[in-house]
Each structure stands twice: as structure tokens, then as C-alpha cells.
Design a binder for this molecule. Structure first.
Ligand code: NAG
Ligand code: NAG
Ligand code: NAG
Ligand code: NAG
Ligand code: NAG
Ligand code: NAG
Ligand code: NAG
Ligand code: NAG
Ligand code: NAG
Length: 846
């Protein structure tokens, strides 16, 4: 009885709520005089996010929060620990300028708690789409934002951070239960565990779930996370020891939000417009194997096997009876002592046979990895030499990972993830070999039987499908052999141990993908005929080609001055092939034949940006919106090179002719990684050369050969100003004052004379504010002193948030032509040290 009347009451309340909501007034800002009173709301610009009062399911308490699409997806709660008991609540700006929630008797029950008291001239409103900001009305300075204090939902633009030095963290915290938003026991934390960034869910202080280390593109323990996510997730760090993760949603892509539910599962949700309801796209707990360390030490979990836990090869359950009863917590122990352990144990006979490694494929690697940037071979030998190292793994994005102590939380997948090499005593290797022999023997016998059957079938049936099958099998094998030969021609096999053959085989795969035949390229480009020449870059000519399967390609024939060895060259190409971003041109592979080295790229029909911006017949095609999205795209590509790609590549030659445009005029940066391919390492005297183009080079690079991310920022600034003004920096000429483009823009901008410096083809009064802001950002990038220039991350944030107040720029470098000419003649060699603030951060794995 009680239950029925109660639920009836709820539905009445619910209908009443909807009724009231429907007619409630929605305002767009909260000020000290304009407050919202239960059940009024504040709605975001796109209409998808609402700020106001709500009651969770099965609760009568009132909370103030933000919801997405419907009240069933609350994304943020203000007074989560201080609920209102009735619907007399008010949200307003208090006298000290704080955003506050008041109860019926005007008592403050929640406050934004600004430490600095300001006047009550602050206003609160939605910025972008889901961030509620409190700002000073007069200056627009942001005083507080809801993104700083996340609840249980991760939204685009929101940052989860942790500081290595202070231990401070911005984290998501779960609700207690679906009816109670107060802080529950789970939290999502982005951590830099022994210098490898990784996402965790914690239950109080215990890890409950982990994503596997970030390899620069994906989290390695999430095999379903593939490259389409590349654009979305960004990871960064700064000099203060902060690391952070955030994601962005490209335009026209469905918005996904990540919610930590009260059971500790991180769940990705999207809105189904047809069903008018949220749908779940992904969950961090798909099986029990996703629970951190469920199988104990030295074991792995596979959701497809039964039981789910098994000891690693060479290990046995610590407690057999418990293990058989599916109590996994005891984990497993080593069956045979390792060499070091045998040496320390005086009771056993000392032998000196070295340990070896057993390979596990496609696993989420254990927790507590230590990272270092060395090659796979060194990684292996370092681990073998160090008694405390018990496993290693190598990944091109992360480098070498090694483990000491217990191995925890290994998960077996069916695809993706990483390979792990676990150290075992040599006796275990022998056992392994024996079983391999048995497997191979079975395979051979099996194959023989199949072949015999096929033979019999061939003889018997008049139609010869089986023979065809055999034939195609044979030709496939031939191809593989050819690939092997190719490899042998290019590289050298150092030794013929089983290991190096395994390595060779795995690299053959890469070779098939990457290595192009010189002959084919010659045919594709009509013998590098000059009519196919697309242009001449600093590193050699580029030709257009058409492969036999009709795919268009661009072939860059590198000039012979590259001082790099073949192995090095190939390694670099492999590394750069891994860089994938929608704003970077895709490198398809390379070709090495004798002295010839070539790089093969995807072909861009629209050529480069300079062919548009500076061409009076074409610049009409670029309206403000297009130019803005080009600027933004270049910025994103650069950020990926600088921060997100793990390799931290400095482009060193960013200019309009290096920006290619696809059919939809999306920008793609080309020629990245050239410094790497050309072995531009500072410790090699024979490869020292100045790359870069005068006019785009920062003063510290042009004059002292110092380069850093900030020199790229300088070039980017020049690019912005060229795109907006439609004038070429190098050929800009100002008779009267001998000004450079930078000098001209600087003076016009200071005089508020925006119109005179903007390309008239794109000027539109309605965009005046944005154009002016963009010029401002450009000027910030070309400032004389490198530290004053913003990072690419800061540039993107400035481009995206209109609310952010920009600092005034100081005078740019190279104002006068004279000045620039004299610096051009000063070609100095690079110096391998840094002066003051500009550090050499070129290109080293982290
Ligand atoms: C909500 O967001 C979608 C894209 O996620 C957008 O298309 C739509 O216009 C927005 N506004 C409303 C009221 O749905
Ligand atoms: C709300 O309460 C009803 C009745 O007690 C219960 O059946 C339902 O599961 C509850 N919903 C949630 C989300 O707790
Ligand atoms: C709501 O009621 C509880 C218990 O009656 C009380 O402790 C709490 O202070 C009240 N909250 C507010 C905001 O008035
Ligand atoms: C408002 O809050 C104060 C302090 O928490 C409490 O003493 C008072 O009773 C509350 N008033 C109402 C109407 O809940
Ligand atoms: C604001 O500060 C007070 C006192 O320091 C604290 O009790 C309260 O929890 C803080 N509120 C928020 C929302 O941080
Ligand atoms: C508070 O004000 C001081 C001086 O006005 C300023 O240095 C400080 O950064 C401000 N702190 C915050 C959190 O805004
Ligand atoms: C979270 O930890 C608590 C103890 O700290 C434990 O009682 C609870 O079962 C854990 N929750 C889950 C889902 O493992
Ligand atoms: C030493 O070896 C003996 C025999 O193999 C074994 O029983 C014992 O546990 C070992 N001691 C240590 C400290 O590992
Ligand atoms: C072995 O590895 C441990 C942990 O990585 C390290 O602390 C120790 O210095 C290494 N020992 C040697 C001899 O390299």
C-alpha cells in the first residue's frame, strides 16, 4: 500500500515538475540582481545543457546542477554534499562575488569559495557548451568555472590533471548511489605512474581499473580504442609537473560524455535523437577481467577462458586448493628459480645457464612499468643483465618498459594491446621448446594429411578447385619469400639466433607495408618526368605518381646529402609512419635503393596553402570561416607533433607551402619529421645543416641556431598573419618605412587599423571581433623573446575560447627589413647547448 501511494506521489510530482519546467523562464546569465529560483533554469547556447534545480531518482532532496539533454543525465552537481530539503532554493551571486546556493531562509549552503574577494559585479553563464563560468562583468576575467571542480562526468574540454610534485589532482568522483550525489568511493584519476601516463579508477585508495599506459595514440590496455580516437584524446604535461588529459569533439561528430557511475564503471554515453534517450557506447567493465588485479600476482585474466584466471607460463598457484576453488587473491609463484636467485641460494648447485624470456602476445601489460627510451634489443639486454628486472615490453610509441617485483593486472586480449616478455629460468625455456616441437610435429603431420587428401581429391574430381587453392597458396608463399629477400637486401642480419629471425619476421610485416619498389615508383611517375614534378622542397623534388591500383601518390626524392645510415633512415620512417593525425599528411612508406631514398605520401589534389592565399584568382575561395578552420587545423597538427605524439617533433620548417589542402580544404601539415630523417641530431658534425626558411624562422633560430617548440610557434604566428593578410611575408614590401609584414601588422594593429591589414576578399564586419582576436594571437606568437610566446596548447585554447582574455603582445621580432636582411646573412651553425630560457628539446623519446 505504502509503496503504491508513494510511487503515485512521485509520478504526480514528476508531472508537476515537467509542467513547471515547461513554463519556467530561462535566462542566460546570473547576476546579483538576476537570480534563479527553483525551478527556473539557465540554458546553454546550443540548448543541450541546462543549469538548474533537480531531484535525483527516488529522492525528494533538491540539488543544483547541470544536465545534458534530459534530467536523467546529470553531468555536474554543485551542492552534492549539502542538499536542499525543500524547493525554496535560490542561485545567485553573493556580495563577495561568489556563485552561491541559498536555502529558503537565505543561508548559504554552497559557495564557489573564491579565495580572492571581488565585488559583486560578477556574472555566471555557460561558456562554450557545458562549462559554467563565473566572470568579472567588466573585464571578462574568469574567476571560477565548473570544469575546475568536476563531479562524476568527463566532458569535452574538461581537464583531469595530477601534479607529480605536489600530488594535487583534479579527478572525477562517483555518486554514492543513483539517488544520492554526495561523494562516493570511486574516483577517476589520470596518473603518471613512474613516468607513463595512464587512466585509473580508484576505489578509495585501491586501484579498481586501469587503462594501460598511453602510447601516444591510444591507451594500450584498451584494444577497442583505435585510431579514430586520435583526434579526440589529448595528453599533455608542463614544466610545473602537471600532466593532464582532455578530449575534444570535432564538429559534426556525435558528442560522447564519460560518466563514472556509483559502481565504479566509467561509461561512455551518447544521445540517441531517435529514441530520445542516452545510450551506452562503452564501459570500462566489460567482464570481471577488467577488475584490477583480480587474478593476483603473476597470472593473467582472459574473459574468454574458463576459469578466467591462469598462471603465467613457468608459474604455479601459490595455494593450489584455493586456486581450484577460484580464490585468486594468492596469485602464482615461480616454478624454477632464476639464475640470480640460484646464485644467492647456497643450498642449490650453482649453474650459470642464463635465463630467457617467454613471450605473451596481445596483453594489457602489468602495472608499475618503468619506462626508458631505448631500442628493443637494448631493452631486452638491460633487463637480462639486471637481476631485479623480471619482464620487459617494447612499443614504438612508449619505448622500453621494464618491471621489478610482482607482476599485477595482466589481461589477455584477442587483438591489439602489447607483447610482454616474462623472464624465466632456462629450464622453463627447454620445456617450452619441447612443447613447441610437439606442436610443430603435429602441424607437419596435419599438413601432410591435408596435402594427401587434396592430392587424392585432385586426382578424383575433374574440376580442379583444390589445385587452384594449392596454387594460390604457393604464390602467396612466394610473395613472402620475396619480402624476405627485399629485407635482406636493405638491412643486414647480424646473427642467426632464433631471436633475430623472429625479429626479422615481424619486421617483414612492416616492410610489406612500407617498402616500395624503385621500379614501380619509376613507372608510377613516368621515370620521374619533369611534367610530373609537383614542386621542389628543401629536401628534394616531389613528383606526382599513380600506382597500378590507380592510387595517387606523391613521391619525395630526397637529395643525396642525407648523412644517415640505412638502418637509421628506415627506423625513422617507421617512427614517422606511426604519426597519424587528420592534420598531418600521411606517410605511406619509403623506398631505398642504392643511393636513392624516397618517401611516399598520400596525394593532395588541392596543392598547398600558398597557391590559394597568395593567388588573386583563388583567394576568394577562402572566406573567413575556412581560413579560421585552416588556422585551427594547423594548430592541432602542430600540437600533436609537439605534445601528443610522444616523439615531440619540432617541425622547423612550417610555412604556407608546407601546408597542403585536401578536397574539403582541410589543412595537412607536410614535411614533418624531416629533421629526424635527415639525422639532424646535434651530436653529429657531418649532418649539421640549417633547415628552415628565412622569414619564418624565429630570431633565436635564425641567428643562433637554437630551436625549440617556441621556434615553431613563431613560424605558426607568421603563418596566421599571412593567412589573414593574404600577403607573403617574404615578398612584402613597404616603400615608406622599410617594414616587414610583421612590422606592418604590428603598427596597423597598434593603431587599431585592422581593416587595412586584412585581406579584403575575406573581410566581413560580422567577424571583425574574431579576426582581430586571431591577429592578436598571431602577434603573440611572433614575439621577440621565446618564453613570451604561447605554447601550441595555449594557442588552441585561445582560438577556441572567446572568453579567455589575451595578454597584450610585445613588439615582434624582425620589424624592419634591414634588420631581417642582416640576420639572413648570418648563417651560423647550431650549438648543442641552450642559452637562458630557450632549451633544445628537439626530438627525443620520452
Ligand atoms: C545539440 O547538439 C547537437 C550536436 O551534438 C546539435 O546538432 C544540436 O543543434 C544541439 N541543440 C539542440 C537543441 O539539440
Ligand atoms: C526507486 O525506488 C523503487 C521503489 O523503491 C525501486 O524499485 C527502484 O529500483 C528505485 N530506483 C533506483 C534507481 O534506485
Ligand atoms: C535538511 O534537513 C536535515 C535534517 O532534517 C538537516 O540536517 C539539514 O541541515 C537540512 N538542510 C538544509 C539545507 O536546510
Ligand atoms: C537554512 O540553512 C540553515 C543553516 O544550514 C538552517 O539553520 C535553516 O533552518 C535552513 N532553512 C530552511 C528553510 O531550511
Ligand atoms: C568552501 O569552504 C568551506 C570552508 O573552508 C568548506 O567547508 C566548504 O566545503 C567549501 N565549499 C566548496 C564547495 O568547496
Ligand atoms: C588573488 O589576488 C592576488 C593579488 O590580487 C593575485 O596575485 C592572486 O593570483 C589571486 N588569486 C587567485 C586565486 O585569483
Ligand atoms: C571498494 O572498497 C571497499 C573497501 O575499501 C570494499 O568494501 C568494496 O567492496 C569495494 N568495492 C568494489 C566494487 O570492489
Ligand atoms: C633454496 O633452494 C632449496 C632447494 O631448491 C629450496 O627449497 C629453498 O626454498 C631455496 N631457498 C631460497 C631462499 O630460495
Ligand atoms: C636494476 O634495476 C633496478 C630497477 O629498475 C635499478 O634500481 C637498479 O639500479 C638496476 N641495477 C643495475 C645494476 O643496473
Amino acid at each position: 500500500m505504502g509503496f503504491i501511494s508513494c510511487s503515485n506521489l512521485f509520478s504526480v510530482l514528476f508531472i508537476l515538475c515537467c509542467y513547471l519546467l515547461h513554463f519556467s523562464i530561462a535566462i542566460d546569465t546570473i547576476t546579483s540582481s538576476q537570480f534563479i529560483k527553483d525551478p527556473e533554469t539557465l540554458i546553454s547556447k546550443d540548448g543541450n545543457f541546462t543549469f538548474g534545480f533537480f531531484s535525483p531518482i527516488n529522492s525528494t532532496k533538491r540539488y543544483v546542477g547541470i544536465w545534458w539533454m534530459s534530467q536523467s543525465t546529470i553531468v555536474w552537481v554543485a551542492n552534492r554534499n549539502q542538499p536542499l530539503n525543500d524547493s525554496n532554493g535560490i542561485v545567485t551571486i553573493s556580495e563577495d562575488g561568489n556563485l552561491v546556493v541559498l536555502n529558503g531562509t537565505k543561508q548559504v549552503i554552497w559557495s564557489s569559495n573564491l579565495s580572492n574577494k571581488t565585488s559583486n559585479t560578477a556574472t555566471a553563464q555557460f561558456s562554450d557548451y557545458c562549462n559554467l563560468v563565473l566572470m568579472e562583468s567588466t573585464t571578462g576575467n574568469i574567476l571560477w568555472q565548473s570544469f575546475q571542480k568536476p563531479s562524476d562526468t568527463f566532458l569535452p574540454g574538461m581537464k583531469l590533471t595530477s601534479n607529480k610534485r605536489t600530488g594535487e589532482k583534479v579527478r572525477l568522483t562517483s555518486w554514492k548511489n543513483p539517488s544520492d550525489p554526495s561523494v562516493g568511493s570511486f574516483s577517476v584519476i589520470f596518473l603518471d605512474r613512474i613516468n607513463l601516463p595512464e587512466l585509473f579508477v580508484f576505489n578509495e585508495t585501491q586501484p579498481y581499473w586501469r587503462s594501460g599506459p598511453w602510447d601516444g595514440v591510444v591507451f594500450t590496455g584498451l584494444p577497442m580504442m583505435t585510431t579514430p580516437y586520435v583526434d579526440g584524446v589529448h595528453i599533455g604535461d608542463d614544466a610545473e609537473g602537471n600532466i593532464d588529459i582532455y578530449y575534444t569533439v570535432p564538429r559534426d561528430i556525435t558528442l560522447v560524455i564519460y560518466n563514472l557511475n556509483s559502481q565504479g564503471q566509467l561509461v561512455a554515453k551518447w544521445w540517441d535523437y531517435e529514441k530520445k534517450d542516452v545510450q551506452i557506447a562503452w564501459s570500462s567493465k566489460l567482464s570481471d577481467c577488467d577488475i584490477y588485479g583480480i587474478c593476483g600476482a603473476f597470472s593473467s585474466c582472459s574473459s574468454l577462458s574458463s576459469p578466467i584466471c591462469s598462471c603465467l607460463r613457468g608459474f604455479i598457484p601459490r595455494n593450489k586448493q584455493e586456486w581450484n576453488r577460484h580464490i585468486w587473491t594468492g596469485g602464482c609463484v615461480r616454478r624454477e628459480l632464476l639464475k640470480c636467485e640460484r646464485m644467492n641460494n647456497k643450498t642449490t648447485k650453482v649453474d650459470t645457464k642464463v635465463d630467457g624470456f617467454l613471450k605473451m602476445q596481445m596483453v594489457k601489460v602489468p602495472d608499475f612499468a618503468q619506462g626508458s627510451a631505448v631500442t628493443p634489443d637494448i631493452c631486452r639486454s638491460q633487463c637480462l643483465e639486471n637481476c631485479s628486472c623480471i619482464a620487459y615490453s617494447h612499443n614504438i610509441g612508449i619505448g622500453c618498459m621494464s618491471w621489478t617485483g610482482n607482476l599485477f593486472d595482466i589481461q589477455q586480449f584477442q587483438n591489439g594491446a602489447l607483447d610482454l616478455y616474462v623472464r624465466v629460468a632456462y629450464t622453463e625455456l627447454d620445456k617450452e621448446r619441447n612443447t613447441t616441437i610437439i606442436i610443430i610435429a603435429t602441424l607437419i603431420i596435419g599438413t601432410l594429411i591435408i596435402v594427401m587428401c587434396a592430392y587424392v581429391m585432385c586426382r578424383r574430381s575433374s574440376n580442379n578447385t583444390a589445385a587452384k587453392l594449392l596454387h594460390s597458396l604457393k604464390s602467396k608463399r612466394k610473395k613472402n619469400i620475396k619480402a624476405l629477400q627485399l629485407f635482406n637486401k636493405v638491412g643486414t642480419l647480424e646473427d642467426h639466433t632464433s631471436d633475430s629471425i623472429i625479429r626479422t619476421l615481424s619486421q617483414v610485416k612492416l616492410q610489406e607495408l612500407l617498402l616500395f619498389d624503385f621500379e614501380k615508383l619509376a613507372i608510377a611517375t613516368n621515370n620521374f618526368h619533369s611534367s610530373n614534378k609537383l614542386g621542389q622542397g628543401g629536401f628534394g623534388p616531389v613528383y606526382k605518381g599513380k600506382l597500378q591500383d590507380n592510387q595517387d601518390i606523391a613521391v619525395k626524392r630526397l637529395s643525396k646529402s642525407s648523412g644517415q645510415g640505412l638502418e637509421e633512415f628506415k627506423n625513422e620512417v617507421v617512427v614517422i609512419c606511426k604519426l597519424q593525425h587528420r592534420n598531418l599528411i600521411r606517410l605511406l612508406g619509403c623506398c631505398v635503393e642504392g643511393e636513392e631514398k624516397m618517401l611516399i605520401y598520400e596525394y593532395m589534389p588541392n596543392k598547398s596553402l600558398d597557391a590559394f592565399v597568395f593567388d588573386p584568382s583563388k583567394n576568394k575561395l577562402l572566406d573567413w570561416r575556412t581560413r579560421y578552420s585552416i588556422i585551427e587545423g594547423i594548430a592541432r597538427g602542430m600540437l600533436y607533433l609537439h605534445r601528443d605524439s610522444k616523439l615531440r617533433i619540432i617541425h622547423r620548417d612550417l610555412k604556407t607551402s608546407n601546408i597542403l589542402l585536401d578536397e574539403e580544404l582541410n589543412p595537412k601539415i607536410s614535411d614533418f619529421g624531416m629533421a629526424r630523417i635527415f639525422g639532424g641530431r646535434e651530436d653529429k658534425a657531418n649532418t649539421i645543416r640549417v633547415v628552415g626558411t628565412y622569414g619564418y624562422m624565429s630570431p633565436e633560430y635564425a641567428m643562433q641556431g637554437l630551436f625549440s617548440e617556441k621556434s615553431d610557434v613563431f613560424s605558426f604566428g607568421v603563418l596566421i598573419l599571412e593567412i589573414i593578410s593574404g600577403r607573403r611575408n617574404s615578398s612584402f614590401y613597404d616603400n615608406e618605412h622599410a617594414l616587414t609584414l610583421l612590422g606592418f601588422v604590428w603598427i596597423q594593429w597598434r593603431e587599431g587599423n585592422i581593416l587595412s591589414l586584412v585581406d579584403p576578399e575575406m573581410y566581413d564586419l560580422s567577424h571583425h571581433k574574431y579576426i582581430s582576436r586571431c591577429i592578436h594571437i598571431g602577434l603573440l606568437c611572433v614575439q621577440e623573446v621565446a618564453v613570451d610566446r604561447p605554447t601550441m596548447a595555449a594557442v588552441i585554447s585561445m582560438l577556441n575560447s572567446e572568453a579567455e582574455l589575451l595578454p597584450p603582445p610585445s613588439q615582434p621580432a624582425f620589424i624592419l627589413r634591414q634588420n631581417m636582411l642582416s640576420s639572413m646573412s648570418l648563417e651560423k651553425s647550431h650549438r648543442p647547448y641552450s642559452i637562458n630560457t630557450v632549451s633544445i628539446t628537439d626530438i627525443s623519446g620520452r
